[in-house]
Design a protein around this ligand. Structure first.
Ligand code: DX5
Ligand code: ZN
Length: 218
């Protein structure tokens, strides 16, 4: 896919009108869907039946971000539901290689995410099994938090591994991305930018997507 990709997060959308909300960002590349289980993170959002319903309501590829315990058991269901990319957290996965294999076998891209405090080095060898790396730039759980620039070192490391041919991977960032923070993330080498409040909090979400894309172009 052509970078930069913009992935609005429906966490900041109106949950009573998710089908319509998915389509007000028609120019978006992916629709980011935050699945939270009130165990891995201290918040509860939505699960598989809602993802199945959103899948029917829009043609935008779904980028499911699973902030849940035991992704080894649950992740493949999201691939089977037609998600384009399914991301699990390395802190929660027991057998990340098996998860990636199952996701790909079910026809999805496989994503691995690291929380802000989780280093990348111990997991670099895992990344060859994955298609996307999601670097969290806030503590997962809630939208509308402030961007943590200190995670950009991990973005630079991943960018270097991709640009030197050691890995084939899309580098994604999630948390606190807006018109003021997206440029520094782009400079560090992000391919795909998740934005929740900056898109759904805007008067014109489609215009917000266009503005973010323009600022991210490098
Ligand atoms: C946070 C979620 C994010 C959230 C981002 O745990 O993973 O996807 O929607 O929201 P903003 O862009 O408002 O930080
Ligand atoms: Zn997310």
């Amino acid at each position: 896919p052509q970078s930069p990709l913009i992935a609005p997060s429906i966490l900041s959308a109106d949950f009573a009108r998710l089908g319509e909300e998915a389509n007000v960002v028609a120019g978006a590349d992916w629709l980011h869907v935050d699945v939270m289980d009130a165990h891995f993170v201290p918040n509860l959002t939505l699960g598989l039946p809602v993802v199945q319903a959103i899948r029917k309501a829009t043609d935008i590829p779904l980028d499911c971000h699973l902030m849940i315990d035991d992704p080894d058991r649950w992740a493949v269901g999201y691939a089977e539901a037609g998600a384009y990319n399914v991301t699990v957290h390395v802190e929660a996965a027991k057998d990340p290689v098996a998860i990636a294999r199952d996701l790909r076998a079910a026809g999805a891209k496989a994503g691995l995410s690291v929380k802000p405090g989780t280093p990348l080095e111990p997991y670099v060898d895992l990344l060859k099994h994955y298609d996307t790396l999601l670097v969290m730039s806030v503590e997962p759980g809630f939208g509308g938090q402030s961007f943590m620039p200190e995670v950009l070192g991990k973005v630079r490391t991943a960018r270097r591994l991709v640009d030197t041919g050691h890995l084939t991977l899309l580098v994604e960032i999630d948390g606190g991305i807006n018109e003021d923070t997206i440029e520094q993330a782009a400079e560090a080498g992000v391919d795909c930018f998740v934005a929740g409040s900056a898109v759904y909090g805007a008067k014109d979400p489609a215009e917000a997507v266009r503005n973010l894309r323009a600022k991210a172009a490098r």
